[in-house]
Design a protein around this ligand. Structure first.
Ligand code: PGA
Length: 236
């Protein structure tokens, strides 16, 4: 089981250091078996610990060069990082990343052997058209992505559930996850308003291999509470 904290545009270098330390100690003291990954903002990237790995929320598909405002693998590797989030809905919809550019990023970071957390999920107007429309949309997002890539983790995040407090129903999550699993047998996380109150229910759903958590992970306590709850989930 994987629990990933997406800190987005929150935290500083100092507070990420404290956050990482708190989560590391918690995992060790509580003997948490789930894997923890933290995605801090770019200015607060740092090496992971024996208990927690760190990933980049974003990077440009390049080692180095003239891409003002961006970072490449040279900057990531300074922190010995080889995990990256690609396709997050905020980058697709707020920052305007196209399907073509997302594929270019995927191919580049896959070639470099990075562990890729690849996000997919439908906006509300697609959700309203029903399950088949949702799956057609997701299939387009997965098109021409190497689904056999060894170091791939998928995250299903319905856009309308991200940061809104609205979680997809267990039935919807189960249905979509089982359909995605038929397309790609990689670890599949759910994301979208996952929090301590609902995470036991979500994690118990067949086909859910973990969570990508935004808002509820911004305080280390929230993330640790959810890590603690993973101990109660009994799934083969
Ligand atoms: P949320 O964000 O938990 O605040 O909905 C999830 C995400 O953006 O990955």
């Amino acid at each position: 089981m994987i629990l990933a904290a997406n800190l987005k545009t929150n935290h500083t270098r100092h507070s990420v250091k404290e956050y990482l330390q708190a989560v590391t100690v918690f995992i060790q003291e509580e003997a948490i078996g789930a894997e923890a990954v933290i995605f801090p903002p770019a200015t607060a990237l740092r090496k992971g610990t024996s208990a927690v790995s760190i990933g980049a929320q974003n990077a440009y598909p390049v080692k180095s060069g003239s891409f003002t405002g961006e970072i490449g693998t040279e900057q990531l590797e300074e922190f010995e990082l080889n995990t990256i989030l690609i396709g997050h809905s905020e980058r697709r919809h707020l920052l305007g990343e196209s399907e073509a550019f997302i594929r270019q990023k995927f191919d580049f970071f896959a070639q470099q052997g990075y562990r890729i957390f690849f996000c997919i999920g439908e906006p509300i107007e697609v959700k309203e058209q029903g399950f088949e429309a949702v799956m057609a949309y997701i299939q387009t997002q997965l098109e021409r992505i190497d689904l056999g890539y060894d170091n791939l983790v998928l995250a299903y995040e319905p856009v309308w559930a991200i940061g809104t407090g609205k979680t997809a129903s267990s039935e919807d999550i189960a249905q979509v996850h089982s359909a995605i699993k038929k397309l790609c047998d990689k670890p599949l996380l759910y994301g979208g308003s996952a929090k301590p109150k609902n995470c036991a229910e979500i994690l118990s759903i067949e086909g859910v291999d973990g969570l990508l958590i935004g808002t509820a992970s911004w305080e280390s306590k929230g993330f640790c509470d959810m890590l603690q709850i993973t101990k109660t989930i009994d799934k083969d």
